[in-house]
Design a protein around this ligand. Structure first.
Ligand code: URA
Length: 264
């Protein structure tokens, strides 16, 4: 058996080849100006993103630095990688949200999913159960996933912040700053091909664009070289059913993109 360093080098080389192939195929660096016309799935744009978080991940060095120097090395199995990220999070006290939480809500689903959904932060039901999107909004999300001909177990679901903000307020900048490295690591381990950003808050964090969700939604962006589709949060769809048509349009774009990538 090879020593762990050689194994890691071999994995990094494999990832480099994979990323280079994706870059050549135009599947990295998908980006778009604010509030443009709707993009057809699979259509790509070469313009450079303004936001520093939105650089394409084309170099394995980027991938390796997605893990901080003091964190665990990249491991071959995503399930194992997520276990390590969860272990690093531990009984997190990195921000004030630790004071009021019952459970850390880390994430759920397939650790090797092609598709990831990212919400804002746990609500009361999620805080009680320790799993994301299990309340009313979660039930709608499950239906949205099923409407995409997918199963909840086959995608990966998590939030920007892992602890419930009191009274379901927006997470504050210091809370996002404390938690975002873990979201980044989850993304680096799972390596989804497409991320659906659920709602204004997740969309702003993942795109770096402070644009209203009515404008952002439906327009492909990217985060760390991965395509991001912002859409409405299911909790918002429960409050305003008339928006469901647009959300369904966005999800159909994601389905088309996954098909274009040969993943469905
Ligand atoms: N809203 C979110 O953004 N995330 C959850 O997990 C539940 C509700």
């Amino acid at each position: 058996m090879e020593d762990p360093q050689s194994e890691l080098r071999a994995i990094a080389a494999g990832i480099r080849t994979h990323l280079e192939a994706r870059a050549r195929a135009g599947l990295l660096g998908v980006s778009q100006a604010p509030c443009p016309r709707s993009r057809r799935a699979g259509e790509v744009q070469a313009d450079a993103p303004a936001h520093p978080a939105a650089q394409p991940l084309t170099d394995p060095a980027d991938l390796e630095t997605a893990f901080s120097a003091d964190s665990e090395p990249l491991l071959p199995h995503a399930g194992h990688g997520l276990t390590l990220v969860r272990a690093e999070l531990g009984d997190c006290q990195r921000c004030k949200l630790a004071n009021g939480r019952r459970h850390i809500v880390f994430g759920t689903g397939n650790p090797e999913a092609h598709l990831m959904f990212v919400g804002e932060g746990p609500g009361a039901d999620e805080d009680a159960q320790g799993e994301p999107f299990v309340g009313a909004a979660g039930q709608l999300l499950t239906k949205m996933i099923q409407a995409m001909q997918l199963a909840r177990e086959n995608v990966y679901i998590c939030n920007v912040v892992k602890c419930r903000p009191p009274g379901n307020r927006d997470p504050e900048p210091d809370e996002v700053a404390a938690c975002e490295p873990f979201l980044k690591k989850q993304i680096a381990v799972v390596q989804p091909r497409v991320i659906v950003a659920l709602g204004r808050f997740a969309a702003h964090v993942l795109t770096g664009e402070n644009t209203p969700i009515t404008c952002l939604r439906g327009n492909l962006k990217h985060y760390q070289g991965i395509a991001v589709m912002p859409t409405y949060h299911p909790a918002y769809l429960l409050r305003d059913e008339s928006r469901k048509r647009e959300a369904w349009h966005d999800l159909k774009e994601v389905m088309a993109l996954l098909r274009h990538m040969g993943l469905t």
